[in-house]
Design a protein around this ligand. Structure first.
Ligand code: NPQ
Ligand code: MG
Length: 366
């Protein structure tokens, strides 16, 4: 989890907390977000730099990690270990560890002129993308949003659901778009005895039902899957290749959402991909409303051959009035280009970064 064996050490690591207003509030079963807050990790050596983005939030609502904790574990434990070239010996804190690993890999790859996609084993220079739509108070607002993204060519629409707001959320969208690939994401908000409400989604021909139950309910998901025609896709549950393998073996899911932050970095994400490909289980790249830094990393991951379903990798303008990098755009065919330049292939634009910064702190070797 702390990076590859012979990775060169940085001589300076900067932690940069940024805040970007969201263009539209994003509501899930765990709450409403109006601002994206992220920690960027900038690793440097001899004037060269590498970038990573921590996908934790301002509060631990999606999972147990949050930016306040990630900042401290990076500053006091993970970064000092990387600067000293020794293992950090830190359990968990995967989103923090992932951001540092991504920055260190980016630093190395830029130095040798190789793209992250090539390093990970990517085989495509464009990937199909989807969009995740939050819960809306007014059903017509959700229909308008769905219509807009379908018109823009997005290959899949994902709807957020929660107990009491499920079939009635899906029905109007399915009726308006009978042929569009649709999925739903419950963000762990259902209980095992809600199986009937979830089975009521079967007629809508969903690509998958994402994370209906709590993250630690492997058997609960297996029992639920046995009662549903809709494939279960796990997100919050999948924290490592080991958990992913056990979930597949138990029949707890038929599809896996891979988020490199949730699993501790690009290298563990690749392990999950390799295992799932071997097991014949489709994977796709999840999203956490990343800025252009995290989005570029996700695009590289999504270029691997097992990523056969569209990712939650939307255009910059879906989230932000102005991204921190050159904006990412979705082509009319619903694909996005995988950056081909060295490392993640993009950097923050200095003036835009400066305007978004809340705090920055430099850590150097002791
Ligand atoms: C998911 N992402 O698949 C997550 C959940 C999510 C695109 O649906 C700030 C930070 C806001 C992280 C909103 C999507 C977030 C967030 C939603 C993660 O479950
Ligand atoms: Mg999800």
């Amino acid at each position: 989890m702390t990076g590859g064996p012979q990775r060169a050490r940085p001589d300076l690591v900067e932690l940069i907390l940024v805040r970007l207003p969201l263009r539209r509030p994003f509501t899930t079963s765990f709450g409403t977000e109006t601002v994206k807050e992220a920690i960027l990790v900038r690793a440097s050596r001899d004037g060269a730099e590498g970038w990573g983005e921590c996908v934790a939030s301002a509060a631990p609502r999606y999972g147990s990690e949050w930016n306040g904790g990630a900042w401290i574990v990076l500053r006091d434990l993970l970064v000092p270990a990387a600067l000293a070239g020794r293992p950090a010996g830190v359990k968990g804190h995967r989103m923090a560890a992932a951001a540092l690993e991504a920055a260190l890999i980016d630093l190395d790859l830029r130095a040798r002129g190789e793209s992250l996609a090539s390093f990970l084993g990517g085989e495509r220079d464009r990937v199909p993308v989807g969009v995740s739509l939050g819960l809306e108070e007014r059903p017509e607002d959700l229909l308008d949003e769905a219509a807009r993204f379908v018109a823009e060519g997005y290959r899949r629409i994902k709807l957020k659901i929660e107990p009491g707001r499920d079939a009635e959320v899906v029905r109007p969208v399915r009726e308006a778009f009978p042929d569009v690939p649709l999925s739903v994401d419950a963000n762990a908000s259902y209980q095992p005895d809600d199986a009937a409400a979830l089975a009521a989604l079967d007629p809508f021909d969903l690509e998958y039902l994402e994370q209906p139950l709590a993250a630690d309910r492997l058997l609960g998901h297996a029992d639920l899957q046995a009662k549903l025609a809709t494939p279960i896709c796990l997100d919050e549950t999948i924290t490592s290749a080991a958990v992913a393998e056990e979930a597949i073996r138990l029949g707890a899911c038929k599809i896996i959402n891979v988020k490199l932050g949730r699993v501790g970095g690009p290298l563990e994400a690749r392990r999950i991909h390799d295992m799932a490909l071997g097991a014949g289980v489709p994977v796709w790249c999840g999203g956490m409303l990343e800025t252009g830094i995290g989005r570029a990393t996700n695009l590289a991951l999504a270029s691997l051959p097992g990523f056969t379903l569209p990712g939650d990798i939307s255009g910059s303008e879906r989230y932000f009035a102005r991204d921190l990098t050159e904006p990412f755009v979705v082509a009319p065919d619903g694909t996005m280009a995988v950056p081909g330049g060295p490392g993640i292939g993009v950097s923050p634009i200095p003036e835009l970064l400066d305007a978004a910064v809340v705090t920055r702190e430099s850590v150097t070797a002791a």
